[in-house]
Design a protein. Structure first.
Lengths: 183, 242
C-alpha cells in the first residue's frame, strides 16, 4: 500500500489519464490523510445524528406500535373473556328461567285442572239434585193426578148415564163399573 | 476517452481544508442518510407510509442482524452498526449514479472503517472483560501442546480481519466500477470503429446493462457482508470466552 510518492502533484496539474497512469488513484497515498480526516468528521457527524436524533425517533415509532398492538391484544383478550362470561351467565339465566317457566306452567295447569274438576263436580251434583227433585215433583204430581182420575171418571160416567137415562145412577154401581173396567 | 480508473481520482475542491470530491460524497452520503430517515419518519405514523416502511425495514433488518449474532446485549452497538451499514450502503449506491464518486472504492476509506470496527472490538473487549478478553486467542478444549500454534493462528486470523474486511469491500466496488466503465468504453469504441463493426456495439451495451444490475446487487450485498462481519467481530468483544 505504502507506495512511493511519485510526482503525482506535478502530473495532477495535467489531470486525466496521465495522472492515473502514474499512480493507481486508490493507492495515491497523498490523498489518504485528507480522506481519513473527512471520513472521521463525516462518520462522527453521522453517528451523532443517527444515535441522538434519527434512531430514537425510529425506535420510538416501532416501540410505540409494538406496545399499542400488545395493549390492544390484551384488551381484546379481556373483552373476549368478559363476553364469554356474559354468554355463560346468560345461558345459565336462560336455563333457570326455562325451568321456572316450566314449573309454573305445570303448576298452573294442575291448578286449573283441579279447579275445573271441582266446578264440574259441583255442577253435576247440583244438576243431579235438581233432577231428583224434579223427578220427585213429577211423581207426586202424577200420583195426585192419578188419584183425581177416578173421581173424574165417576163424575163423567154419572153425567153420561144421567144424560142417557135421565136419572143418576147409584154411586155404588158406578164404582163397581169402574172397578170392572180397571180389572 | 477517459481511462477506466479515472473515476477513482480524488480531486480537490477546496484545497485549503483538503476538501475533495471524496469528502463531498462522504458528506453527501451522510446527508442522504440523515435527511432521508428524518423525512421518512416525519409523520411518526402508526400505520407507516412507503418511506417510513423503508426506514423501519432498514432499522429492523440491522437490529435483527445484530441480535441474531450477538444477542440482546449487542443492541448497545446498534447505533454504531446501523451507522456503518447505512454509510456503506449509501456510499455504494450513490456510486452507482453515473458521474458520482464512489467513496467505498477508496481503500483508505474501507480500511479506516474496518480499523474502526476492530478498534471498537479491542477497546470494548478490554474495557468489559479485562485480560479475560485474551481468552479469545486460546480456545477451550485444545490439547496443551497444540495451544501455542492455535494461539498464533488465532492472533494472525484476528489481525487479518481488518485487512480482509476492508479489501473485500474495496475490491468489489473497484472491480465492478472498472468493469462497467470498460464495457461502456467498448460500446463507444465499437460504435465509432466503422460501419460493420458498429453493428457489434449493442453487445457490450447489453453486458453493461446486465453488469449495472449486478453492481446494484453487489452494492447492497457488500454493505450487508460488511455489517454481518462487524456483528460477528463485535460478538467476540461481547463474549470472548467462545
Amino acid at each position: 500500500m505504502a507506495q512511493a510518492q511519485t510526482t503525482q502533484a506535478g502530473t495532477e496539474a495535467h489531470g486525466g489519464a496521465h495522472a492515473a497512469d502514474a499512480t493507481f488513484p486508490p493507492f495515491a497515498t497523498e490523498t489518504f490523510a485528507g480522506q481519513i480526516i473527512w471520513l472521521a468528521i463525516t462518520f462522527v457527524l453521522l453517528y451523532t445524528l443517527l444515535s441522538k436524533l434519527v434512531l430514537p425517533r425510529l425506535s420510538g415509532i416501532i416501540e410505540n406500535r409494538r406496545a399499542l398492538i400488545a395493549k390492544d391484544l390484551d384488551e381484546a383478550a379481556a373483552m373476549k373473556a368478559r363476553a364469554e362470561e356474559a354468554g355463560s351467565a346468560y345461558e345459565k339465566a336462560l336455563a333457570e328461567a326455562k325451568g321456572r317457566a316450566q314449573a309454573l306452567a305445570q303448576e298452573t295447569r294442575a291448578k286449573l285442572a283441579a279447579e275445573s274438576d271441582a266446578k264440574r263436580k259441583a255442577l253435576e251434583a247440583d244438576l243431579n239434585k235438581r233432577l231428583a227433585e224434579s223427578e220427585a215433583t213429577i211423581a207426586t204430581k202424577k200420583t195426585q193426578a192419578m188419584s183425581h182420575v177416578r173421581g173424574i171418571a165417576a163424575e163423567t160416567a154419572t153425567a153420561i148415564v144421567e144424560r142417557i137415562t135421565g136419572k143418576a145412577p147409584a154411586p155404588q154401581s158406578v164404582e163397581a163399573a169402574l172397578d170392572q173396567t180397571q180389572a | 476517452m477517459a481511462s477506466p480508473i479515472e473515476q477513482f481520482q480524488v480531486k480537490p475542491i477546496i484545497p485549503i481544508i483538503n476538501f475533495t470530491n471524496s469528502s463531498l460524497f462522504m458528506l453527501g452520503a451522510a446527508a442522504v442518510i440523515v435527511g432521508g430517515l428524518l423525512y421518512a419518519t416525519r409523520k411518526k405514523a402508526l400505520v407507516p407510509g412507503r418511506a417510513q416502511s423503508v426506514a423501519e425495514i432498514l432499522h429492523d433488518f440491522v437490529a435483527n442482524t445484530l441480535t441474531d449474532t450477538t444477542g440482546r446485549e449487542g443492541m448497545k452497538f446498534f447505533p454504531f452498526v446501523f451507522s456503518l451499514f447505512m454509510f456503506v450502503l449509501t456510499a455504494n449506491l450513490l456510486g452507482m449514479v453515473p458521474g458520482f464518486f464512489t467513496v467505498t472504492s477508496q481503500i483508505v476509506v474501507t480500511f479506516a472503517l474496518a480499523f474502526l470496527v476492530i478498534g471498537t472490538v479491542i477497546v470494548y473487549g478490554f474495557v468489559a472483560h479485562g485480560l479475560h478478553f485474551l481468552h479469545l486467542f486460546t480456545p477451550s478444549g485444545v490439547p496443551g501442546w497444540l495451544l501455542p500454534f492455535i494461539t498464533v493462528i488465532e492472533i494472525i486470523s484476528f489481525l487479518s480481519r481488518p485487512i480482509s474486511l476492508s479489501l473485500r469491500l474495496f475490491a468489489n466496488m473497484l472491480a465492478g466500477h472498472i468493469a462497467l466503465k470498460v464495457f461502456g468504453g467498448f460500446v463507444v469504441s465499437l460504435g465509432t470503429a466503422g460501419i460493420g463493426i458498429a453493428l457489434l456495439s449493442p453487445l457490450p451495451l447489453l453486458m453493461a446493462v446486465g453488469l449495472t444490475a449486478l453492481e446494484f446487487l453487489v452494492a447492497a450485498l457488500q454493505a450487508y457482508v460488511f455489517t454481518v462481519l462487524t456483528c460477528i467481530y463485535l460478538n467476540d468483544a461481547l463474549h470472548p470466552g467462545h
